[in-house]
Ligand binder design. Structure first.
Ligand code: GDP
Length: 336
C-alpha cells in the first residue's frame, strides 16, 4: 500500500521504526532533534525518553584530529573493518562533521565525498552533523542522536570532532573512549593540538604510516609514548597506547580496535566505565537545566526590553553589573 508521506509520524511510529532498525525513520527522528522548531524538539525528547531502556549498549568512541590528519579516511577504513569483523559484523554509526559546515577550508573538504564505501555498507549509518549556533547546542543534539542510534541497534558509535579544543571537551562528556589522530613530523603547535586534548585521549594514533612516511610515524610513536609518560595517571587507570596506522593501506586497524576492546573490558572490571557514564548522565542533566534557564531568561519579553538600556549603563560604568543582574533576575522570577 502506498501511503502519502506525512510530515510527521506519531511518536509510536517513530519508536517502532527505530526499534525495528529502520534507517529512514531513524533519519527522520534525527531531523526532529536537529530542527529549529521547538515542537519538533519536544517530540524528539518524548521519543528519546521512551527509548531510553534500549540505549546505552554501544561502545561510544570519539575521534579527533586537525583537518587533513586523515579522520574521514580512517573512519571509512575502521568502520568497514568493524562492519565486516569476522562473525561479529558490528553495526557502526558515524556522527560525522559536515565538511560544508566547517569554517576553515570548507570548500576544499566540501568538494569530496567522504566515506563513500562505508556509507553504502548495510551495517553502517553515517549522519553528518550540521553547523549549529552554539557548540553546546550541537553537542546536546549529538548526544540525543547517539541515543537514537543505540536504540536502533548500533554497536559502535563513532563521533568525529576537529581537534580544536572546545568541541572535544564537550564530546568527552558523552563518549567512552577518545581516539586522537596525529600526524608524524608535525610539531604539536603545527597540528593545533592542545595539551588538554592530549590529556583527554585514551589512545594516540599516528596516521598515514605508509611509504616514505612510515619511518617518521614509527619515530613519532616513540616520542609520543615518552611524552605521555610525563602526564599524570588518568582516572581510568589506563595506560594510553600509541599506535601507528595506514588507513589507505589498511594497516594497524585491527590493533586499534583491540585496544578499544581492552579498554572497555578493563574499565568495566575496575568499574570506571559505569562510573564515567553515570557522571556523564548527571552532568547532562545539569547542563540541560542551565541551558534551559538561560534560554528562557533571555527569551523573556521584559528582559529583552530592558536589556539594551541596562547593558549600556553597565558598559558606561554608570551602574554596577552585579546589581543590575540581581535586579533583572528578581524581576524575572517575580514574573514567572
Ligand atoms: P580529514 O580532514 O582529517 O578528514 O582527512 P582526510 O581523511 O580527508 O585525509 C586528508 C588527506 O590525507 C587525503 O588526501 C587523504 O587521501 C590522505 N590520507 C588519509 N589517510 C591516509 C593514509 O593512511 N595514508 C596516506 N598516505 N594518506 C592518507
Amino acid at each position: 500500500m502506498i501511503r502519502k508521506r506525512r510530515s510527521r509520524l506519531t511518536p509510536q511510529e517513530y519508536i517502532d521504526g527505530i526499534l525495528s532498525k529502520n534507517p529512514f525513520i531513524l533519519s527522520r527522528a534525527i531531523t526532529l532533534i536537529e530542527s529549529q522548531l521547538e515542537s519538533d524538539n519536544q517530540l524528539a525528547t518524548q521519543i528519546i525518553d521512551k527509548l531510553m531502556p534500549h540505549t546505552g549498549k554501544s561502545v561510544r568512541v570519539g575521534i579527533t584530529g586537525v583537518p587533513g590528519v586523515g579522520k574521514s579516511t580512517f573512519i571509512e577504513t575502521f568502520g568497514l573493518y568493524l562492519a565486516e569483523l569476522e562473525k561479529q559484523n558490528k553495526k557502526v554509526a558515524v556522527l560525522a562533521i559536515d565538511p560544508s559546515s566547517q569554517r576553515s577550508g570548507g570548500s576544499i573538504l566540501g568538494d569530496k565525498t567522504r566515506m563513500e564505501k562505508l556509507s553504502n555498507h548495510t551495517n553502517a549509518y553515517i549522519r553528518p552533523s550540521p553547523a549549529g549556533n552554539s557548540l553546546g547546542g550541537v553537542s546536546q543534539k549529538t548526544r540525543e542522536t547517539m541515543l537514537l542510534c543505540e536504540a536502533a541497534g548500533f554497536d559502535v558509535i563513532l563521533i568525529e570532532t576537529v581537534g580544536v579544543g572546545q568541541s572535544e571537551t564537550i564530546v568527552k562528556g558523552i563518549i567512552d573512549f577518545f581516539l586522537l589522530l596525529m600526524l608524524a613530523g608535525a610539531g604539536d603547535e603545527l597540528q593545533g593540538i592542545k595539551r588538554g586534548i592530549m590529556e583527554m585521549a585514551d589512545m594516540l594514533v599516528i596516521t598515514k604510516a605508509d611509504g616514505e612516511n612510515k619511518k617518521a610515524a614509527t619515530r613519532a610513536k616513540s616520542q609520543y609514548k615518552h611524552a605521555l609518560h610525563l602526564f599524570p595517571p588518568n582516572e581510568a587507570k589506563w595506560t594510553v597506547p600509541v599506535e601507528i596506522c595506514s588507513a589507505l593501506e589498511n594497516e594497524g586497524i585491527s590493533d586499534i580496535w583491540k585496544n578499544i576492546e581492552k579498554y572497555i573490558e578493563q574499565t568495566i572490571e575496575n568499574r570506571f566505565f559505569q562510573h564515567n557514564r553515570s557522571q556523564q548522565n548527571k552532568q547532562w542533566l545539569h547542563q540541560t537545566i542551565e541551558e534551559r534557564l538561560k534560554r528562557d531568561f533571555y527569551k523573556n519579553e521584559n528582559v529583552k526590553n530592558q536589556l539594551v538600556e541596562l547593558e549600556n549603563q553597565v558598559a558606561n560604568g554608570n551602574r554596577n553589573a552585579v546589581e543590575v543582574a540581581k535586579e533583572l533576575l528578581e524581576n524575572y522570577y517575580q514574573e514567572i
